[in-house]
Ligand binder design. Structure first.
Ligand SMILES: *Cc1c(COP(=O)(O)O)cnc(C)c1O
Length: 480
């Protein structure tokens, strides 16, 4: 029998096995393909019936480490440009191991004053980093999606109160639909949050001036005026995933002020615009938002999963989430905070340690250097694409996003969508470097997000090399 009580002396030895694998794995990440063709088969090799008699701690961990380091998608390496995926800085990764080691229950101050206090410190540092006023409340969430749920739940309670309803106690019955107005830059996760909150994902209204999705402010204002004083929510988007575009937050904040609306900002990765003077203007007006969403596992480069929500009035958080006779936030510095009364989770992981560790290790300067390196790498890729006869840049490079397609001379326009769709598939099959396929402005495009601390110029140069090789293979296959 391998009862964990009997096997407990193996805990440190098991950790040592992970540690011993870590060095070679991390050193190898730079040269590993993003994806190994045998990954699925290897993963399946862990299956079979539930073991009646356990393998024991060390044997089990040895097997997992061996399979996992090989079958993992090496998205934390330098060449995963699909979606928006950060790596894990050395300090953040070590802090994540520490989090597992001490296994804190981070929801209640009584279960871990350490976790609660470090969360407060980490949130304070993030506010400083992004230029969000210190008076804002906040909470660490598993993701930007859950940060939207947090911010929009606060908005919903505010909105219902304006209709004379305590939505936390009574629910939405009898209320009209909550008006939510935004530009065409909105991310699908905002709809998902509205769907979770019972507000309906299709109630979102987009005001775009053209197919880039950029906001049509006069139309947005006209819609607010039509509401005739009824409360509404405006969603501003700082950093959009296809072309890196952003809404004019200051102008949206003016509208929110004029019409008494709630301003929610999605800055999942775009918040980091505030970190460099080169891009800080994009974040102007952020400090005027009522709720703000950010992601940790993207440009902050802490491990999955981590997001954060900031709320102008901390008491809105307590109203929306303080289900258990919670009192309002104590005002005194160093006060005891129960973070499970400030966000959607109850029992929760102490995600604050990696956030604290990475900000402590690299500071504002280190983050500014990293963000500016990514801006440079994105511009470099944009330039290479723009100058190449066989690629076409489809949007100006903004923040960390490059949007382009393969368009070799002689291929007619009506063939390009099919060609790029094929190429995108084949690129993922090749596995050396990942970029995403997307539909942008009616075209099939390739898009890259550069937010991993490991990524440098040769990594994006390799993307173009691999795309050309894969395209040549496809063309050879097509030849009769
Ligand atoms: C990634 C992203 C989200 C959702 O983030 P998750 O952490 O995956 O929930 C929301 N908005 C934007 C702009 C994003 O890039």
């Amino acid at each position: 029998m391998t009862d964990p009580l009997r096997d407990r002396q193996d805990a440190a030895a098991a950790l040592e096995r992970v540690f011993r694998a870590a060095g070679p794995y991390l050193d190898g990440l730079h040269d590993l393909p993003v994806h190994d063709v045998s990954a699925e088969e290897l993963a399946d090799s862990l299956g079979g019936p539930l073991p009646e008699k356990g393998a024991g701690t060390l044997a089990g961990i040895d097997r997992l480490v061996q399979v996992a380091t090989q079958a993992a998608t090496h998205s934390s390496g330098p060449r995963f440009f699909h979606l928006v995926v950060g790596g894990s800085t050395p300090a953040a990764m070590a802090a994540d191991w520490t989090t597992s080691l001490i296994d804190q229950v981070a929801g209640l101050n009584v279960s871990s004053p350490l976790a609660a206090r470090v969360e407060t410190i980490a949130l304070d540092w993030l506010k400083e980093l992004f230029g969000i006023p210190a008076s804002f409340g906040g909470v660490i969430t598993p993701s930007a999606t859950l940060a939207h749920v947090t911010g929009l739940a606060c908005a919903r309670a505010w909105w219902a109160e304006r209709h004379g309803v305590d939505v936390v106690a009574q629910g939405l019955a009898g209320l009209p639909a909550m008006p939510v107005l935004t530009s065409g830059l909105v991310h699908a996760s905002t709809r998902k949050a509205l769907q979770i909150l019972g507000c309906g994902r299709d109630t979102l209204r987009m005001f775009a001036r053209d197919d880039t999705g950029r906001v049509d402010l006069p139309a947005l204002e006209a819609a607010l005026a039509e509401l005739d004083g009824a409360p509404a929510v405006i969603v501003g988007n700082l950093g959009e995933v296809y072309a890196g575009d952003s809404d004019p937050l200051d102008a949206m904040a003016d509208l929110a002020e004029r019409y008494g609306a709630w301003l929610h900002v999605d800055g999942a990765f775009g918040l980091f615009a505030a970190v460099s003077p080169r891009t800080a203007a994009l974040a102007a007006g952020l400090d005027r938002a009522d709720s703000i969403t950010g992601d940790g596992h993207k440009w902050l480069n802490v491990p999955y999963d981590t997001g954060f929500s900031f709320i102008r009035n901390p008491s809105d958080q307590v109203r929306a989430f303080g289900g258990w006779g919670a009192s309002y936030l104590p005002e005194a510095p160093g006060a005891r905070v129960d973070y499970n009364t400030l966000g959607p989770e109850s029992s929760r992981r102490a995600r604050a340690f990696p956030v604290w560790a990475t900000l402590n290790a690299y500071g504002r300067d280190g983050y500014r250097a990293m963000v500016e390196r990514h801006l440079d790498v994105a511009e470099h890729l944009g330039r290479l694409v723009d100058e190449a006869p066989d690629f076409e840049l489809l949007a100006p490079v903004q923040l960390c996003i490059v949007c382009f397609r393969y368009a070799p001379p002689g291929v007619p326009e009506d063939r390009l969508d099919a060609l790029n769709a094929e190429l995108g598939e084949a690129l993922l099959g090749d596995g050396r470097v990942f970029a995403g396929m997307a539909n942008y402005r009616g075209r099939k495009v390739l898009r890259c997000a550069i937010v991993n601390w490991r990524t440098t110029e040769p990594d994006v140069e390799l993307l173009l090399t691999v795309l050309r090789e894969v395209a040549a293979d496809l063309a050879a296959d097509d030849r009769p």
